[in-house]
Design a protein around this ligand. Structure first.
Ligand SMILES: Nc1ncnc2c1ncn2[C@@H]1O[C@H](COP(=O)(O)OP(=O)(O)O)[C@@H](O)[C@H]1O
Ligand code: SF4
Ligand SMILES: [Mg+2]
Length: 370
């Protein structure tokens, strides 16, 4: 296989914080050892619930945040520790689109100035001049190039996000990290912005790390998908494997809650996860998902499951008892004697917590709602 555009290994971010009345030092383990590659022109979707470390990851990828450990290689070059000056030429290749199109645009600058900023900061004078280039970019993202002199407040949310996209494209990057680029927008215009990004991706052969909490949006945009839980990737693979044959219980639970990505031909089985996501200040031992997992066994509390390709499917899964390889796993395997049982049924009702849990499973207090 060709060298990946981006190669991430062991990427980690721990935020130092002070806790409680004593102000004791503690670490928020926001991102805890991610491994993944992104190839040129490819889209990788990064999904997971709020707080699982997506934004922290995205910001580390473009070096807006310093990793605590691990490495980021871009085109074969280790960029993890490059200083500001050494990073400058790379800024052209690596761009980010922020979640909030309101706070990410300077209200006192015209659209022309905002989109031109990356060119100016990098001392680039494109053929034909900055203004012509900016107008070309505005046109590319579906905005009127004549609106060059307007201010952000004169635009709608969707239009503002288009301005953010034009700014990200100004330096003709090779990779764009899009951090929930449509979640702050009205549902009615989300599809338009996603479609614009898809068109640009194809036309310009851009690679994307597309971050979202919404699995439905990621499905339309990403060829490969990584599912995150509490600072870890729990499953990563091709879109079809992740959406049609999920093997990690968490992925399965997430998918069961999204009507239009429910497994084809299967009655919809909603798995309702109960309990909160544990705090990254003190994540569970072993498998971090075990406090909400209906399949948890003793081993899940003591041994962290490695992210591995399991027999029968192409994606990598971090689970001691992954779902079966074929179909969407309507029937969960019985992982071991005395195992907890999953009891999803058609419909959407809450069942009693599954019985017969042993060891780690018992402290979970989870429920599987079918
Ligand atoms: N600067 C920070 N200091 C301390 N904790 C942080 C900081 N930034 C993010 N976190 C924590 O790290 C975790 C991951 O946050 P984030 O990457 O924003 O998640 P997501 O984008 O998936 O919602 C959260 O628990 C968040 O509270
Ligand atoms: S079965 Fe165990 S390893 Fe797999 S997700 Fe559940 S708790 Fe984690
Ligand atoms: Mg975020």
């Amino acid at each position: 296989m060709t060298q990946p555009l981006l190669r991430v290994r062991g990427l980690t971010k721990h935020f130092a914080v002070r806790q409680g009345a004593t102000g004791a030092k503690a670490a928020v383990r926001a991102v805890d050892g991610l491994d993944f590659d992104v190839h040129a022109g490819e889209t990788l979707g990064l999904v997971g619930e709020s707080g699982c470390g997506k934004t922290t990851t995205g910001r580390m990828l473009v070096r807006l945040l310093e990793p605590t450990a691990g490495s980021i290689e871009f085109e074969g070059r280790d960029i993890t520790k490059l200083g500001r000056r050494a990073m400058r030429p790379l800024r052209q290749d690596l761009q980010i689109i922020f979640q909030d199109p309101y706070s990410s645009l300077n209200p006192r600058h015209t659209v022309g100035k905002i989109v031109a900023m990356p060119l100016e900061v990098n001392g680039i004078n494109p053929p034909g001049g900055v203004k012509a280039r900016v107008q070309e970019l505005l046109e590319l993202v579906g905005l009127n190039p004549e609106h060059y002199n307007r201010f952000p407040h004169e635009f709608s949310g969707g239009q503002r996000q288009r301005i953010g996209i034009a700014r990200a494209l100004a330096l003709r990057p090779k990779l764009i990290v899009a951090d929930e680029p449509v979640s702050a927008l009205d549902v009615s215009i989300q599809a338009q912005v996603v479609n614009l990004l898809r068109e640009l991706q194809r036309e310009l052969d851009l690679a994307f790390v597309f971050i979202a909490h919404d699995l439905a949006i990621v499905r339309h945009f990403s060829r490969r998908v990584a599912v995150m839980y509490l600072g870890k990737v729990v499953e990563i693979g091709d879109r079809a494997d992740i959406y049609e044959r999920p093997r990690h219980p968490y992925t399965k639970a997430l998918l069961s809650a999204v009507p239009d990505v429910a497994a084809f031909g299967e009655p919809r089985q909603r798995i309702r996860l109960t309990g909160d996501v544990p705090t990254p200040l003190n994540p569970p031992s072993g498998c971090r998902f075990r406090t909400r997992c209906w399949k948890a066994q003793d081993v899940c509390a003591t041994e962290e499951p490695p992210l591995l390709v399991r027999e029968g499917s192409g994606q990598e899964v971090a689970c001691h008892f992954p779902e079966p390889a074929e179909g969407s796993g309507k029937h969960s395997p019985e992982p071991a004697e005395g195992s907890g049982k999953q009891s999803p049924e058609p419909g959407d009702r809450t069942t009693a917590p599954s019985q017969a849990h042993s060891g780690a499973g018992q402290e979970n207090g989870h429920e599987v709602a079918a």
